[in-house]
Design a protein around this ligand. Sequence first.
Ligand code: SAH
Ligand code: SF4
Length: 366
Amino acid sequence: MVHPPRHLADLDPAGRRAAVAALGEQPFRADQLSRHYFARYTDSPADMTDLPAELRETLAGQLLPQLLTSERELTCDQGATRKMLWRLHDGALVESVLMKYKDRVTMCVSSQAGCGMGCPFCATGQAGLTRNLSTAEIVAQVVAGERALRPGGRVSNIVFMGMGEPLANYKNVIAAVRRLSDPVPSGLGISQRSLTVSTVGLVPAIRRLTAEGLTVRLAVSLHAPDDEARDELVPVNRRWKVAEVLGAALDYAAATGRRVSIEYALIKDINDQPWRADLLGSLLAGHLAHVNLIPLNPTPGSKWTASRPGVQEEFVRRIADHGVAVTVRDTRGREIDGACGQLAATVTGRSVGPARRAGTPLLPLA
Ligand code: SAH
Ligand code: SF4
């Protein structure tokens, strides 16, 4: 594995000053660079008019190397959804998606090139893991999103639901959370409460995250309430069972006071049976959790498909009948899905339960 070049966003403010000092320059230059990158989203020496001309190239070259090269960009939903495919310095490809809503802009970012968890319904899982992204490679996706929204727009929410398993790249992801949420110009100034870390259920890492004292939202990709189905759908379940995963997730919710999101891709005849809805509802009833159902986005060649609408509605109703909040994720960007199965379904759905009455027609919020 070739390590990506070091970047300002890999370092905390003290580390940045030390790096500038190591180049023989005044430490306050690091703060100027931070302002360019985190407040103005620029890494171009020509923009750095507050730095002596002869210093700009050196400092930018040393601390603001270009990490992402645009490989392709696709838009749909009348421009409201924009998918960006990036090439990294070593040729690896990752994706991010920008989704504009009336009241917010959500950005979905990748934490790894590929993923080693092998979930059989997931396009990323099929390809295996190429490598972890560096902290700065994660942050750079958001900076690119901020640039794309100018003038006027800002990224308001970030979900770690692109390629990769964030908690398998723990150190870099936690540092990225800090860079994204540190106040401008130390970081991008996006509230931790607006960040969602989605995990396949790596129990020790969830517990470590709980001890971190952050206020990010946690999403856990459960996909089945029983070990028999989950062992198949989420191979890592053979290591950490449903009960342990839910235990860790609910402890996180209790520690942070933040409702944990239980992600559940509905797959026809695989995990969409009424009894599974009831079991899931009973496991979560009375806890600080809500269920986010995702209509399966079939990967090329997959034998699995999404549940029929009637089956999905009944699944929702049964969970809601346990008094558990349940949403169906909007399927933004499905037609620009391309190679990465899960990026199509990256949005937190709107709440339809438990306030929702049984029998109300429920449509995917496409
Ligand atoms: N590795 C992390 C985060 C990235 S996946 C995780 O698994 O949670 C983001 C979400 O997309 C997860 O909930 C994942 O289960 C879901 N997903 C993956 N492939 C999908 C598909 N083909 N259809 C619907 N959802 C999918
Ligand atoms: Fe990895 Fe998440 Fe895909 Fe599973 S669903 S293979 S954990 S990216």
